[in-house]
Design a protein around this ligand. Structure first.
Ligand SMILES: [Fe+2]
Length: 429
C-alpha cells in the first residue's frame, strides 16, 4: 500500500512537471511591422492556454497595459505529431525608440519579464542591423557575440536570411525549439526578421511559417519592411526549388516583387532598396549550388520560366544592395549585372556603383561547417571563410556602411565598405 502511495505520488509529480513545462511560455521573440508604433510578440506553449496575453509598460514603470492575441495549434509533421501552440500578440500605440518591459503568457503562467526597444520613426536616424544566414542550434559560432552585442545595444534589428536551427523540424521539432530558445535573449529585445532557406523545407515550410510572424500576410515568404532610409524586401528563393509545394508560387512572388518595387520606385520616402533572400545569384564556391551555374535559376529563371529570373527585375528597378546567404562563407562582390563587373577597377568602386552590390553572409555557424572556395570569379572583391556575421548601418539617404565581423578573430572587423550614392539614387537609372 505504501509502495502504491509512493508510486502515485511520483506519477503526480511527473504529470504536474510535464504540465508545468507545457504551459510555460518559451521561444519568445518579436518582429516589426514597418510601423514603429507596433511590435508583434510570439511565443510557444505545448498545451493550450485560456488566453494569449502580453502585459507591458514603459521600461522601469509598472506594466499596467495588457493586450490579448491569438494562438494557433501547430501539429508537427513528424511521426509523433507533436502539438505546439503558437501565440501571437500585436502591440500598437507604442512610442518610437522607447524601451518597454513586458511578459507573456496567461493567468496560469507568465514568462519572465523582458525588455524590448521599439524602432525609431521616419528617416532621420541610422538603423544598425546584424545580418547573417545559416545559423544552427549546433555550432552557432556567432551566437554568443550576437547576444553580447544585442545586450550592449549595438543593433536595432536582426536579419536572418534563411537556414535556421538545422533543422526546425528535426527530432519532432525539438531542434527548432532549442534554437528558438537559444536566440530568445536576442529576439526578445529587438525585431528578429527572417527569410526562408532550404533547411526550412520540411512539411511545406510549416515550422518556418508557424514559428515567425513577418509582415504582409504571405506566409513569411515575401514582404517588405521600411526602416530608416531603407526599404527592405525579404523573399524566398526556395519557391524556385521546391515545386512540389506549388509551382505557381514563383509567379505569385515575382508579381508581388514587381508591384512592391514599382510602389517604392519614387524613393522619396525610403531611398535605399535592399533585398534579402537565401540562395545567391553569384558566388565562387564549388558545391554545385545554383550560384555555381552560368545561368542560375534565381538569377535568370528556369528556361521555361525565363521571365521570372530576378536579376533583371532588380536591376531595372534600381535595387541598391542584395543580401544572400546559403554559401557558408563571406563574400563581397564588385557591382555586377549580367555577369559584367562595373566599377571593379575604380579607385572607389562603391561610390555611385553602376550596378547592384551583392554580399553573401552565410557563416554564422552550423553543423555543416564551411563551404569550399573555388577559383575566384571576376565579381569577387573579397572572400573570407571565418565564422562571423555582417553589420549594416543605413547611415542616411546617400551612405550605407557594411562591415564583416569575424568570430575566428575575436570580433575583429575584417571588411568595411561604405556604399555612396551622391544623388541619393542608383547611378545606372
Ligand atoms: Fe542553405
Amino acid at each position: 500500500m505504501a509502495a502504491l502511495f509512493i508510486l502515485l505520488a511520483v506519477a503526480t509529480t511527473i504529470t504536474s512537471s510535464v504540465q508545468g513545462a507545457g504551459i510555460n511560455p518559451e521561444q519568445v521573440h518579436i518582429s516589426a511591422t514597418g510601423d514603429s508604433t507596433e511590435m508583434v510578440i510570439m511565443w510557444t506553449t505545448f498545451i493550450t492556454t485560456n488566453t494569449s496575453m502580453v502585459v507591458y509598460g514603459e521600461h522601469g514603470s509598472n506594466m499596467t497595459n495588457n493586450v490579448t492575441g491569438k494562438s494557433v495549434k501547430f501539429v508537427d509533421g513528424g511521426k509523433n505529431h507533436t502539438v505546439r501552440y503558437m501565440h501571437t500578440v500585436t502591440l500598437t500605440g507604442l512610442k518610437s525608440a522607447t524601451k518597454y518591459d513586458y511578459k507573456v503568457g496567461c493567468s496560469e503562467k507568465w514568462s519572465n519579464t523582458f525588455t524590448m526597444t521599439t524602432l525609431n520613426n521616419g528617416t532621420n536616424w541610422s538603423p544598425r542591423l546584424a545580418v547573417y544566414g545559416d545559423m544552427g542550434s549546433t555550432n552557432a559560432q556567432s551566437l554568443s557575440r550576437l547576444i553580447n552585442e544585442t545586450n550592449a545595444g549595438h543593433f536595432d534589428a536582426i536579419l536572418h536570411i534563411g537556414d535556421f536551427a538545422y533543422d526546425f523540424a528535426t527530432d519532432d521539432g525539438k531542434v527548432g525549439d532549442d534554437f528558438m530558445n537559444e536566440i530568445q535573449e536576442i529576439a526578445t529585445q529587438i525585431p528578429y526578421m527572417t527569410a526562408p532557406g532550404n533547411h526550412e523545407e520540411a512539411y511545406n515550410f510549416s515550422h518556418y511559417i508557424n514559428r515567425f510572424a513577418m509582415p504582409g500576410g504571405h506566409a513569411n515568404y515575401y514582404y517588405s519592411w521600411d526602416v530608416g532610409n531603407a526599404h527592405f524586401i525579404l523573399f524566398s528563393t526556395e519557391v524556385y526549388f521546391f515545386f512540389q509545394y506549388g509551382p505557381e508560387l514563383v509567379r505569385y512572388q515575382y508579381e508581388w516583387l514587381e508591384k512592391d518595387l514599382k510602389e517604392v520606385n519614387s524613393r522619396k520616402d525610403r531611398p535605399w532598396i535592399i533585398t534579402g533572400a537565401h540562395r545567391p545569384m553569384y558566388c565562387s564556391t564549388v558545391d554545385g549550388d545554383d550560384c555555381n551555374r552560368r545561368e542560375g535559376i534565381v538569377r535568370v529563371g528556369y528556361p521555361f520560366l525565363h521571365e521570372y529570373g530576378l536579376e533583371t527585375l532588380f536591376y531595372h528597378y534600381g535595387v541598391d544592395i542584395e543580401l544572400w546567404a546559403h554559401e557558408h562563407e563571406y563574400q563581397r562582390m564588385w557591382p555586377v549585372y549580367n555577369r559584367t563587373v562595373y566599377n571593379g577597377s575604380d579607385s572607389e568602386p562603391y561610390v555611385d556603383p553602376k550596378a547592384p552590390v551583392h554580399f553573401i553572409t552565410g557563416s554564422a555557424g552550423c553543423k555543416e561547417g564551411h563551404v569550399l572556395s573555388g577559383e575566384p570569379m571576376p565579381w569577387d572583391a573579397l572572400r573570407n571563410r571565418d565564422y562571423g556575421y555582417s553589420y549594416l548601418t543605413v547611415i542616411n539617404s546617400t551612405h550605407a556602411r557594411w562591415q564583416q565581423i569575424s568570430d575566428d578573430k575575436g570580433g575583429k572587423v575584417i571588411d568595411d565598405v561604405t556604399i555612396v550614392r551622391n544623388n541619393g539614387y542608383p547611378a545606372w537609372l
